[in-house]
Design a protein around this ligand. Structure first.
Ligand SMILES: *Cc1c(COP(=O)(O)O)cnc(C)c1O
Length: 455
């Protein structure tokens, strides 16, 4: 129970601020964590308590919380040109350079970039681009969007409709025309006796059936995270993207990779699509794009989609879309530096060299009788708690098992995230081996304590 005074930071947080995606009864009981600053992968609260953040903020603070190169890039650009837009044929020099860099590091030989302030807006922007193309190319019926159950694509009305989570029902979402296929999670969705290859085949068949039912000419695009993030860190089954893309290509349906989490090193390659050996028709980027130092999203289009959008826009003089802060010069300068830091200053190498240690700990914890599955890719992973390992029966939801584990971690000075019955880890790329050991030691202590309490 909390015992803070009415004028405490915790009480003041509750009094005048809304939290996003927050279990309010738990905060009412425990109090908010009000943070003042960070150092490397650690953050500090108003009482001076230290927490190792095993989630890199929200997947994004991959360079830690005090990277001097990033804060210097921000300060220098604020001094030089603190804000501008990318409307009416104007844009900052930083934005010009960022687009060149993004195309250079993208899987595309050439292409163009459109900027937003967030990943949600980037997905919305991509959907509007596809709708716009449908209208411009005499296929006005091409409007439906296919995603997967458990996918996370954001919170705006359209990106929430793409998100395959039941909680969006409270908003009366999804909007019409958003179709959610089976979550590609072999451990949970695979049938008894079904091989992983057969599971992939069944998912491909489901896509074919849906296309036939809906009419492939009514489908504007298929969006997928290479590894599902907020759905609980779910890597695809073997051959999944190859099987799906083959079907989509037959019907000229673009495959859009939502790389908001996977992009810039999380899976070990620059892009998640690279890790899984496919080239999408567009990439949605955010989060790591600025290493979390500025709100920014980007839609990166392949040559084909770039050319078509350019032609369709010229035909009516303009593409009527854009945000006031799209291509913000400070965000652009930070993103340029972040890409440099991740790709050229050793961050992605460090992430790669930490991955075997991360995987070894995950494999070790997977042996626990109440861990049903330890899964992941690169430096993102999830441990799924189960009551019964053989039947995969979950704990009763009243037990709030993952919240309890995460709360115990917080008490031990470790921030990790409960997601369904899983606990998610996505450490910063700057972590040391010692910090990785600290992360798993604290997590293991919390797991042991909570499993002892509930069994
Ligand atoms: C976080 C996330 C988004 C939404 O990004 P916001 O910046 O929160 O709007 C979209 N797609 C994926 C895969 C994400 O993880």
């Amino acid at each position: 129970m909390r015992d803070d005074a009415p004028n405490s930071w915790e009480a003041r947080a509750d009094a005048h601020s809304f939290y996003g995606f927050t279990d309010l009864p738990s905060v009412a009981e425990r109090g908010a964590v009000v943070l003042t600053h960070g150092k490397g992968p650690y953050v500090y609260d108003v009482h001076g308590r230290e927490y190792l953040d095993a989630n890199s903020g929200l997947w994004n603070m991959v360079a830690g919380f005090d990277h001097p190169g990033l804060t210097e890039a921000a300060k220098a650009q604020y001094d030089r040109f603190p804000g501008y837009h990318a409307f009416f044929g104007r844009m900052s020099d930083q934005t010009v350079m960022l687009s060149e860099k993004l195309i250079e590091v993208s899987p595309f030989p050439r292409g163009k970039v459109f900027y937003t302030n967030s990943g949600s807006e980037a997905n919305d922007t991509m959907v509007k681009m596809l709708w716009f193309l449908g209208g411009a190319e005499d296929q006005p019926e091409r409007r439906k969007i296919i995603t997967r159950k458990n996918a996370y694509h954001g919170v705006t009305a359209v990106s929430a409709s793409m998100t395959g989570k039941p909680y969006n029902e409270v908003f009366g979402l999804p909007l019409d025309g958003f179709i959610h296929l089976t979550c590609p999670h072999y451990w949970r969705e695979g049938r008894s006796g079904e091989t992983e290859a057969d599971f992939t085949k069944r998912l491909a068949k489901e896509l074919e059936d849906v296309l036939e039912e809906e009419g492939p000419e009514t489908i504007a695009g298929f969006f997928a995270e290479p590894v599902m993030g907020a759905g609980g860190v779910i890597p695809p089954p073997d051959g999944y993207f190859q099987a799906i893309q083959k079907i989509l290509k037959k019907h000229d349906i673009p495959l859009i990779a939502d790389e908001v989490i996977c992009g810039f090193g999380r899976t070990g390659a620059v892009w998640g699509c690279e890790s899984y050996g496919f080239t999408p028709d567009a990439i949605i980027s955010s989060k790591n794009l600025t290493a979390g130092y500025f709100p920014m999203g980007a839609v990166i289009l392949s040559p084909d989609l770039s050319d078509r959008l350019q032609a369709a826009s010229e035909a009516i003089e303009e593409f009527p879309h854009g945000f006031t802060a799209s291509g913000h010069p400070v965000g652009s300068a930070i993103a340029l530096k972040a890409i440099d830091v991740i790709l050229n200053e050793g961050l992605i190498e460090n992430a790669r060299s930490l991955t075997p240690i991360f995987e070894a700990h995950m494999a070790r914890l997977a042996k626990h009788p109440h861990i049903g599955e330890a899964r992941g890719k690169g430096l993102m992973g999830a441990l799924e708690a189960v009551r019964d390992k053989d039947t995969k029966e979950p704990f009763s939801s009243d037990l709030s098992i993952s919240e309890r584990i995460a709360n115990t971690c917080t008490d031990l000075g470790l921030i990790c995230r409960p997601l369904g019955q899983a606990v998610v880890l996505c450490p910063a790329f700057i972590m040391t081996e010692a910090q990785m050991e600290e992360m798993f030691a604290k997590l293991e202590k919390a797991l042991k304590q909570i499993f002892a309490e509930v069994t």
